[in-house]
Design a protein around this ligand. Structure first.
Ligand SMILES: [Zn+2]
Length: 452
């Protein structure tokens, strides 16, 4: 028994040796590099720190709007975490950011009967208390003289076939530009319908902008259910009167920081592969998916690469950007400070910890071809078009890669009180990490084709 078992083990060993020799004969140069890909993937899939660190960021620090004390605490935590991971270089760079406090908010129907509406002010909005009849419009072009003295309510008619990303466009456009368009016609306030695929009475916020020379009117988002009610009443010719109170405070600009860390390249340290996410979030919820998940992807990618014990050929630089949400200040400051360096590629994770569907990339045909080759071991398809808000300031010459996830659950929680840790599946968080870590490792090692 004893002897026969050893015999089987011996035969197995002989077979393994033969297979190894065969593999070495076929691809003698490739084997070690592929091993590192497997190691990264395996370690990412069993990474217990990923979710634990996200839990700390969400539950112990919380939401981290630009210029807030909690953003400063997030910077302190990120620097300490990256130092704990023993990276050679960890540092901060100053970024000037705006600060806006939400304050108390209230929206109520006075007619046809009293009813509270779920509302969330749009950051940047002036405070105000208005009481006025409403006019419901579906698009900016519909705003006309009827808006004078009224609260303009945007409730788009979204095709049933629209994707989550397309639905978001129906919210984003009037959210950003609607207040100025409405004020030009004499409106006294703006309300915009939130447009997730699934809503449970949760309004979604996001940045808005005024125009010089146009009156600044209070602006807020409505839960899609309340917006739909107003639209149905308007369609029936029922006069609706609303009261909107926003007590927001603009606290001006303060100094914040981007957080950076590097694993230096062994052969081409001057060539940078950037992996980034934004450390700020809106003030509601916990910024778990937007963009806590991305922050963890970046921190853990750098740690897993350093812990391979073999330096990448190019420098891998992790960047946690300040204030993506309220003006892209971190991305602009990074590009101003580092734009002249040679960025071979920049990867951004800013679509949460949902299932990764593709890498969306912007670059030349040569760059995209090289990316497809480098990304092959991730198993993630490449699609032309995409990148990330923070890395966009690096300009067209840099290959920019965005991690595109399943946008339906993402936009359901995005910029809302529901973007909390309980919405994060630890397995999907780690699966996204595995794909990003392998991608970044390959981008930092794959030889560049002639002409790139
Ligand atoms: Zn984001």
């Amino acid at each position: 028994m004893e002897r026969s078992r050893w015999h089987i083990v011996g035969s197995g060993l002989a077979l393994l040796v033969m297979l190894a020799a065969f593999a070495a004969a076929v691809e003698p140069q490739q084997a070690p590099a592929l091993d590192r890909v497997s190691i990264l993937r395996d370690r990412a899939h069993t990474d217990e720190l990923a979710y634990a660190r996200l839990a700390h960021l969400c539950d112990r620090i919380g939401s981290r709007p630009a210029g807030s004390p909690t953003y400063r605490e997030a910077v302190r935590w990120a620097v300490e975490t990256l130092r704990t991971d023993r990276h050679q270089r960890v540092w901060q760079e100053p970024v000037s950011v705006p600060t806006w406090d939400r304050g108390r908010e209230r929206c109520a129907a006075l007619a046809p009967f009293p009813r509270q509406l779920a509302v969330l002010g749009l950051p940047g909005s002036v405070p105000g208390s208005v009481e006025a009849p409403v006019v419901v419009v579906q698009a900016i072009e519909e705003i006309g003289p009827l808006a004078a003295g009224r609260i303009v309510v945007f409730v788009p008619d979204i095709p049933a076939t629209a994707t989550a990303g397309e639905r978001y466009w129906y919210f984003g456009l009037p959210r950003r530009d609607g207040a100025a368009a409405a004020a030009r016609h004499g409106a006294v306030a703006l309300l915009v319908a939130s447009t997730p695929v699934h809503s449970l009475g949760t309004p979604h916020t996001g940045a808005m902008y005024y125009e010089d020379g146009v009156p600044r009117i209070p602006a807020a988002a409505l839960a899609s259910e309340d917006a739909a009610w107003l639209a149905r009443l308007a369609a029936q010719g029922v006069e609706v009167r609303l009261q909107l109170e926003l007590e927001s405070v603009d606290r001006g600009r303060v100094e914040a920081a981007n957080v950076l860390a590097e694993v230096p390249g062994s052969e081409h340290p001057e060539q940078v592969v950037l992996v980034g996410a934004h450390l700020d979030s809106w003030d509601v919820g916990q910024g778990a998916h937007d963009d806590g998940a991305g922050v963890i992807h970046v921190i853990e990618t750098l740690r897993l690469i350093r812990e391979l014990g073999v330096a990448p050929k190019r420098t891998v630089r992790a960047v946690l950007f300040a204030n993506e949400e309220f003006g892209l200040d971190g991305g602009k400051a990074y590009a101003a400070a580092h734009g002249s360096e040679l960025h071979v590629a920049a990867v951004e994770s800013d679509l949460g910890a949902f299932r990764v569907l593709h890498f969306g990339a912007s670059g030349s045909a040569l760059q995209l071809g090289w990316l497809a080759q480098a990304a092959a071991p991730t198993g993630v398809p490449i699609r032309a078009g995409g990148g990330g808000a923070d890395i966009s300031a690096l300009g067209d010459g840099v290959l920019q890669i965005g991690v595109f996830t399943d946008l339906e659950p993402y936009f359901d929680v995005h910029h809302s009180r529901a973007d909390t840790l309980d919405k994060v599946d630890p397995t999907l968080l780690r699966d996204g990490l595995a794909k990003i870590a392998v991608l970044v490792w390959r981008l930092a090692n794959e030889p560049l084709p002639a002409g790139l």
